[in-house]
Design a protein around this ligand. Structure first.
Ligand code: ZN
Length: 481
């Protein structure tokens, strides 16, 4: 039974400083309810929306980056539905149908799944306004009343709709990782911001009814919700039932989907052109100008990493899909030429601790030089891999000076002969009996090596320690004679 998955991604253009149709500041997060509002985004009668030019430019940039055909006209429509989070009782959006057009359509995103390349087609991209937010006091089921906050109302959104080209939750995750990486490289949105990225997932078993799971807030939850739905729908089909065409809600806490309402059909929305917003023409010059300003995108960077740093596709992809990680790697690569070793250290130990300590990459005080320094000390044999692993959380969390830190916590430079000799002399002084034995029987030196090891916390180089002890014992013998 083939699974068909299509996604509708809503992403806020958080790089904009104002909302889509009014000058109200769009950085509403952390603000008191209903303080980031004006008569336009509150939908008061007599107000007129004006399109944020930069929002259109960002949409064109996203469209080009997703290999879409860009429309030469921007047209807005009213999508009618009655809900308290929508003060006008309609949402200003775009529609791809007879007489209308989305800003862009017919694109694709290339993904790598299990060693092969696959294209996920983009059906269309719409520009639209975000609704406000409803707060159910005490939780959606327990609330006796709800409150509405219009701070989010009118914030610019892109709605990116795919064809049902993904056939597993894993593919959906890989696609979303790639899409987010592209948006991040374009600098139009920060998907780490709460609520800036929401997914509606359409899922069906081929030949059966389609279910839409609404408003999933993270990639991890998309994967979980889809996995849950596949099991649920298969079970219904196996029992001879029919999968109802409906909209469901993903309950993160319980890890289940629950029915929300019977699916609305497009005709229920009574789309018609917004008479307040006449169509805007987008010239080819404008499209070309925006396209020329698009920075290097993930696909290109992955290929470049494979050529320039001789990395395999896996390593290149893991690095590139997080822009900050790829930037970090490239900084480090200027100072350290064993690129594969550097990539491995960054992908494994370094990244693991960034995640484990839940550090926001933007606030990371560790510098690429710190990782390079660890590798240099590892290469010289000053640090063992075990010591590097022990040091990593301190390096990641503290932005420490590694050389000073090593001295401070007593990590000995195990190739420092002067230091080892000093420890060897102490061991000799403290163990006269063992020295006597060793002078008679060369094999008995092992006890003294053990003593040096103990004193250095096991960090002395055994061969060097032995050489030094032999020299020290030679001196002792000479003194005695
Ligand atoms: Zn406003």
């Amino acid at each position: 039974m083939r699974v068909l998955i299509g996604l509708e991604i809503h992403v806020q253009l958080t790089a904009l400083s104002s909302k889509l149709f009014c000058p109200t500041h769009s950085g509403y997060r952390g603000g008191n309810p209903n303080t980031y509002v004006c008569p336009i985004c509150l939908g008061l009668p007599g107000t007129l929306p004006v399109v944020n030019r930069r929002a259109v430019e960002y949409a064109v940039a996203v469209a080009k980056a997703l290999n879409c055909e860009v429309s030469d006209r921007v047209m807005f429509v009213r999508k009618h539905y009655f809900y308290p989070d929508l003060p006008k009782n309609y949402q200003i959006t775009q529609y791809d149908g007879p007489g209308f057009t989305s800003i862009a359509r017919s694109g694709y995103v290339r993904i790598f799944v299990d060693g092969r390349t696959k294209m996920v087609r983009i059906r269309r991209i719409n520009i639209e306004e975000d609704p406000g937010k409803i707060h159910y006091v005490g939780g959606i089921e327990e609330a006796h009343y709800s409150l509405v906050d219009y701070n989010r109302s009118g914030v610019a959104l892109l709605e990116i709709v795919t064809e049902p080209d993904m056939d597993s939750p894993k593919e959906a995750r890989i696609f979303l990782d790639k899409l987010i990486a592209i948006l991040e490289y374009l600098g139009v949105t920060e998907t780490a911001l709460e609520g800036s990225f929401r997914v509606d997932a359409n899922i069906s078993i081929e030949g059966y009814g389609r279910v839409e799971v609404k408003n999933i807030g993270s990639i991890k939850d998309v994967e979980k919700a889809l996995t849950y739905e596949i099991v649920r729908q298969r079970r219904i089909i196996e029992q001879g039932g029919a999968v109802a065409r409906e909209t469901r809600h993903w309950d993160e806490r319980k890890g289940v989907t629950v029915p929300l309402r019977a699916k609305e059909f497009e005709e229920d929305y009574r789309y018609f052109p917004d008479p307040d917003l006449p169509p805007i023409t987008i010239s080819n010059d404008m499209i070309n100008m925006i396209a020329s300003m698009i920075p290097e995108l993930p696909d290109h960077r992955i290929e470049r990493f494979m050529v320039q740093y001789n990395l395999d596709e896996y390593r290149a992809t893991v690095l590139v899909l997080s822009k900050w990680l790829a930037d970090f790697f490239e900084e480090g690569a200027k100072m350290y030429s064993n690129y594969k070793r550097l990539a491995d250290m960054i992908i494994t130990d370094f990244l693991r601790w960034v995640k484990e300590l839940s550090i926001d990459p933007k606030r990371l005080s560790v510098k690429p030089y710190d990782i390079v320094r660890l590798l240099e000390l590892l290469d010289k044999g000053v640090l063992s891999i075990k010591m590097v692993k022990e040091l990593m959380p301190h390096v990641v969390s503290g932005g420490i000076n590694i050389d000073e830190y090593i001295k401070l916590v007593g990590y000995t430079r195990i190739d420092d002969e002067q230091y080892l000799e000093q420890v060897a002399l102490e061991a000799v002084k403290e163990n006269p009996k063992a020295v006597e034995d060793a002078l008679k029987n060369p094999k008995a030196i092992n006890f003294l090596i053990g003593a040096v090891m103990k004193k250095t916390g096991g960090r002395a180089d055994p061969q060097k320690t032995k050489d030094i002890l032999v020299r020290v014992l030679e001196k002792v013998r000479n003194l005695e004679e």
